[in-house]
Design a protein around this ligand. Structure first.
Ligand code: ADP
Length: 294
């Protein structure tokens, strides 16, 4: 079982021939709303990849909150730990032009109100194999969740996104850190991030985009796997697909199967990149298996 403590946002996406300058109004084209947020995306990714998955987070008391809750339920994610708090849900206002340049403003809304963990949240974390965390909810909540997991022997997987330098208080509770190359540089503040990261946490997975991913730990294990060759259409949420699948592989097979799990997670990321869309492109288990075995 995988428990995610994290964010959920509604992405409000408009395409436009040209991005506006400050003070300017432009006429856009298509508008769509897409459930997002790294926490919810990774929970949906884990559920589609075949895990029994629970999400602890917060939506607002607006219509968007209903939509966000429904989308998690539709993906068979356990939402008993999802609060509805007074005020707006988290949103991301996104404008995209023809060259795929974008403007994004995120208003955290209810995500910023995810504070105290309940006894039920702690019990759910303690009963899970893996706790999966990101950095889009308040840091004290992330630390509290990691502490509950450590106390119960649940593996703590932290995806350090969006990139931030992290306090020792959190790093000391992390069993496995998942970063892309940019996040690796920011977290480690070093030119050789991998070795520097291993001084902070015992195990690191670094994603390398189309090149795949690598794993390294303090116990001398190091491996790198290529990503499946695909025609990339839209890499949005590829990192979330990867991280969700990695958590599932670890929950099911543990540390000993890391070589298999890393390849399988790369297949999940690639399957997501092969399809247009963000959360809608998160692959199911059969799709991941097919690309993994190809
Ligand atoms: P992020 O989106 O967080 O920056 P990456 O770009 O490293 O993360 O992508 C995450 C994973 O998704 C990669 O490790 C890889 O497995 C897969 N992936 C992403 N882009 C491609 C691509 N163009 N071809 C194949 N796999 C990809």
């Amino acid at each position: 079982r995988v428990v995610v403590v994290g964010s959920t946002n509604l992405d409000l996406v408009v395409t436009t021939p040209q991005l506006p300058r400050p003070g300017e109004t432009v006429l856009g084209e298509d508008f769509r709303t897409v459930p997002g947020g790294k926490g919810a995306n990774q929970a949906v990714a884990a559920a589609r990849a075949g895990a029994d998955c629970a999400f602890v987070g917060a939506v607002g008391s607006d219509d968007f909150g209903v939509r966000l809750r429904d989308s998690l339920v539709a993906a068979s994610v356990d939402v008993r730990g999802l609060r509805t708090v007074p005020g707006p849900s988290g949103v991301a206002l996104i404008a995209v032009d023809q060259a795929a340049e974008n403007f994004i403003v995120v208003a955290p809304g209810a995500n910023g109100a995810l504070a105290d963990l309940t006894d039920d949240d702690r019990a759910a974390i303690g009963a899970a194999d893996v706790l999966l965390l990101q950095l889009e909810v308040p840091l004290p909540t992330v630390v509290a969740a990691a502490g509950a997991a450590r106390a119960a022997g649940t593996t703590v997987v932290l995806n350090a996104a969006p990139a931030a330098s992290l306090p020792a208080e959190l790093l000391d509770l992390v069993d496995l850190l998942v970063v892309n190359e940019h996040e690796a540089a920011v977290v480690s503040r070093a030119a050789e991030p991998l070795d520097a990261l291993l001084e902070l946490v015992p195990r690191v997975v670094m994603t390398l985009g189309a090149r795949g991913a690598l794993y390294a730990d303090r116990f001398g294990r190091r491996l790198e796997v290529p990503a499946p060759r695909i025609e990339a259409v839209d890499t949005t949420a590829a990192g979330d697909a990867f991280t969700g699948a990695l958590a599932v592989g670890w929950a099911e097979q543990g540390e000993a199967a890391i070589a298999h799990t890393l390849r399988w997670a790369c297949a999940a990321g690639a399957a997501c990149a092969e399809r247009a869309g963000a959360s809608s492109a998160l692959p199911d288990r059969a799709t991941i298996d097919a690309l993994h075995d190809a």
